[in-house]
Design a protein around this ligand. Structure first.
Ligand SMILES: Nc1nc2c(c(=O)[nH]1)N[C@H]1C(S)=C(S)[C@@H](COP(=O)(O)O)O[C@H]1N2
Ligand SMILES: [Mo]
Length: 552
């Protein structure tokens, strides 16, 4: 029985054949209004893309809002995002922004068909938020306002125009307005209404707008990509051979156990952690490094000049403070670059300075204890990674590397500026967000073989993994089964304190059942990894890694 109200407390209505049609008509009206909003938003985004092809991609409204959101995200949420989505955190964020935009666009459409000015005002607000976000970028200039301005104004204009067409085609009556008297209408209730000419015009205008917006957006995107394409410039870079090559790594640094990660991490597998929603594209011919602050002779160095300095190779294990116990944000690379201490000495560091701040093209700031940079360790201005010109994702054309510190206090990618300053005078990006200002790497160890929840045959089971205490070096690794006594693992060859150490242990007489393996490392100062679990915030995770295996 269609149309009979079942609402409690209401008198049963008489069967009403026009009700499904009224419902359908209001659904059509709502869908039309939503389409108006979505078409206007698509136009706005497309205009923003097109204009940003000329003013720089970081000013495009959705990207700018995303970047501002990254900077404003409270630390616990950021930690959650890195933990949950890993390197996919950025696509997830952008997807969320586009979804929110679509929902707001639908709302704007529903409002605009009744009150065009209110809908247009919503677009003005979108534009304003985009403009504010773009101006909040540290790299922004006045031109960064233009994409959002174009998006806001263009979107509002399209909205008002399409809302006008909509009103001619589908009068925006309240959904409960009585339908035209059905008495004279002989058509059955579920027959489609004939498409009226003004409706057809509305459909063509809305569909056409979406199609044009898609084409303009695509053209803007491709234009932006080709205007900012530096892959040819990167391929053309010829990195000179090292003046100070690293010695070859002994084969014995890897215990040769299947399933254990390689000693040197291939570039393609090297973890990536940064706040850049789109990778900075820097033309090496236009790049320069400014060294200034508390120095006697400020420097300005071009990429060619940097490559003419004596280059050194450094094998080094880099890790991220956000790495959880047993996590993947660590890797080992052969870096090649100019010596950072020598460069600072040639600038003449003044007394009283205690912090070296690296700044990047994308507005990151990273502060390292200056004393450590100058204490004899091998800090680099790196230009190559494992024999390859620095990949764009890892900081092309130049990044810093300082052994002993997490990336967030030592490894500025897309480096453009080094400022010699003091901790009292300046808090870098992460320190302003509550992270420890020193960021020395904590001792860490993980079990890689057997994999977690693996089923292994009874008898002797090979356990193996990696441990690191960057710049101090690993002195010992111990393993235990089911809270039993600790057993000393066999360390693979030592390639120096700046590198991780791989280890293995033969677990004798493993009996069927479920068992828990645990690992802990001791650094060369004699400090044993603490058992107490700490989260990465604010100075790196602590605790022993454990793995559950089933012996069959
Ligand atoms: N410009 C810039 N440099 C940066 C970061 C960043 O967000 N922006 N992140 C830092 C952090 S937290 C880490 S762990 C390392 C990661 O370097 P990778 O992505 O090459 O592994 O880069 C550091 N350098
Ligand atoms: Mo990091």
């Amino acid at each position: 029985m269609v149309g009979v109200s079942s609402e409690p407390g209401q008198a049963p209505a008489t069967p009403d054949a026009s009700r499904p049609r009224r419902l359908r008509a209001s659904a059509v009206r709502a869908a039309g209004a939503a389409a108006v909003g979505v078409a206007a938003a698509a136009s706005a985004i497309a205009l923003g893309e097109l204009v940003s092809a000329f003013t720089g991609p970081a000013g495009a409204p959705a990207l700018a809002v995303g970047s501002a959101a990254i900077d404003l995200t409270p630390t616990p949420l950021k930690e959650y995002a890195v933990r949950t989505f890993g390197t996919n955190d950025k696509p997830v964020l952008l997807g969320g922004i586009y979804l929110t935009l679509t929902a707001l666009a639908v709302l704007a459409g529903l409002i605009a068909v009744r009150r065009p000015r209110a809908g247009a005002a919503m677009f003005a607000v979108f534009g304003g938020v985009g403009a504010w976000a773009a101006m909040s970028r540290s790299t922004s200039g006045p031109a960064y306002l233009l994409p959002s301005l174009a998006a806001g104004l263009g979107g509002a204009a399209v909205l008002v125009l399409l809302a006008g067409r909509y009103r001619r085609a589908l009068p925006a009556g309240p959904p409960s307005a009585p339908a035209p008297a059905p008495a004279a209408d002989p058509a059955p209730a579920d027959a489609p209404e004939p498409v009226r000419p003004d409706r057809r015009q509305f459909l063509v205008a809305t569909g056409g707008t979406v199609a044009v917006a898609a084409a303009v957006g695509w053209a803007g995107r491709s234009l932006s990509q080709s205007r900012n394409d530096i892959s040819a410039a990167r391929r053309a870079v010829r990195i000179p051979p090292p003046a100070r090559p690293a010695t070859a790594l002994p084969a014995a640094v890897h215990p040769g156990i299947p399933g254990l990660s390689p000693f040197v991490t291939p570039n393609a597998d090297f973890y990536r952690v940064d706040t850049a929603l789109t990778l900075p594209k820097i033309d090496p011919d236009r790049w320069s490094l400014r060294v200034h602050g508390l120095v006697d002779r400020p420097l300005l160095i071009s990429f060619d000049e940097l490559l003419r300095l004596p280059l050194e190779e450094l094998d080094h294990t880099m890790s991220c403070v956000s790495n959880e116990v047993g996590g993947p944000y660590v890797g080992t690379t052969r870096w090649l670059g100019a010596a950072l201490p020598a460069l600072l000495r040639s600038a003449g560091v003044r007394a009283g300075a205690d912090q070296l701040v690296g700044r990047s093209q994308d507005g990151m700031s990273i502060g390292t204890p200056l004393e450590s940079v100058l204490d004899g360790r091998r800090a680099l201005l790196a230009v190559a990674m494992n024999g390859e010109t620095l990949p764009v994702a890892h900081g092309f054309p130049c990044r810093t590397v300082v052994p002993g510190f997490y990336g967030y206090t030592s490894a500025t990618k897309w480096l453009t500026e080094l400022e010699v300053t003091t901790f009292a005078r300046y808090d870098p990006y992460w320190v302003r967000r509550g992270w420890d200002r020193t960021g020395a790497v904590r001792t860490a160890s993980r079990i890689e073989v057997p994999a977690g929840f693996a089923r292994v045959p009874a008898g002797t089971v090979t356990v193996a993994g990696t441990a690191w205490a960057t710049h101090r070096g690993v002195a010992a690794v111990e393993v235990r089964v089911d809270d039993g006594p600790w057993a000393e693992a066999t360390l693979a060859a030592d390639a120096g304190p700046d590198l991780w150490r791989q280890w293995s242990w033969d677990w004798p007489g493993a009996r069927p059942g479920t068992h828990t393996l645990q690992v802990r490392a001791t650094d060369t100062t004699g400090a044993v990894q603490p058992e107490a679990r700490a989260a990465p915030f604010p100075s790196g995770s602590t605790g022993w890694h454990s793995t559950v295996v089933t012996v069959v």
